[in-house]
Design a protein. Structure first.
Length: 256
């Protein structure tokens, strides 16, 4: 029940966006609603090529961006989701070349995921075989990849053409707190929560790890704290678990 409640909170946290500043059209749905999304008539779509790839325009050594690109490329080619709300326009995909590539340009690949980091991006899908995603940081690129993934639907997969998105978050801190001191959650469930946060473009998971109720965090310098303070011997978080969770979060644009 706690996880279901948490998932509901994820949705509610996104509803705080000020719709008055968003200028998105309502004929195509992206979540959370971008600040500006336009889909120009005649409302065409094109098929996603079977050899579709996501590439970067410059060489980089950011492993989190590389992981995100591989994850979204696999998701986009395999998910074949159908929107809950059908598009409210007549769609044509005649005579358009299939989309072969999404080219990602990141200005600063070294910017860390800290409070108020720039997460803006622009996404353009024009009537050609190549779409473009531009962001100032890796974290903005991840938000744009999530938007692009929501714009690919059906089987065979199709994407809208003539779409332009210009987006940035309204709030710098967008997150959820999980009280693991009072309610222990296995690492796999925390990782599942990170995935949900990323899908909703939230950027912080606050873990209230320890309190008077329990002390599940294993400290090598003081191992007795977890030995005597955890609810059970298996209800602990080792240093390896913490490192794994932090790295998993960064690969999804979520700061732990």
């Amino acid at each position: 029940m706690s996880l279901i409640f948490l998932q509901l909170l994820l949705l509610l946290s996104c509803l705080t966006l000020n719709n008055s500043i968003a200028e998105s059209t309502t004929i195509i749905n992206v979540w959370p609603k971008p600040r500006n999304l336009t889909w120009s008539p005649p409302y065409q779509t094109t098929l996603l090529s079977s050899t579709f790839t996501i590439t970067t325009t410059t060489n980089h050594h950011n492993k989190h961006l590389s992981i995100a690109i591989r994850r979204y490329q696999n998701l986009i080619k395999s998910e074949h989701h159908h929107p809950l709300v059908p598009q409210a326009v007549n769609i044509s995909n005649k005579y358009l070349p299939p989309l072969q590539t999404l080219k990602v340009t990141v200005v600063d690949t070294a910017a860390e995921l800290v409070h108020a980091v720039d997460e803006s991006y622009t996404l353009s899908i024009l009537p050609s075989s190549c779409a473009t995603l531009t962001a100032k940081t890796v974290w903005g690129a991840m938000r744009g990849l999530e938007t692009f993934s929501q714009l690919a639907w059906g089987h065979p997969t199709q994407v809208p053409v003539g779409v332009h998105v210009c987006d940035s978050p309204l709030y710098a801190h967008r997150g959820v707190m999980v009280d693991t001191a009072r309610n222990y959650y296995p690492v796999k469930d925390l990782m599942r929560t990170v995935k949900a946060l990323s899908m909703n473009k939230l950027n912080v998971l606050h873990l209230h790890l320890t309190d008077a109720e329990s002390f599940p965090l294993v400290l090598p310098s003081e191992p007795a704290l977890a030995e005597k303070g955890a609810y059970a011997p298996h209800m602990v978080y080792s240093p390896k678990d913490v490192k794994k969770l932090v790295e998993f979060g960064l690969a999804h644009g979520v700061r732990i």
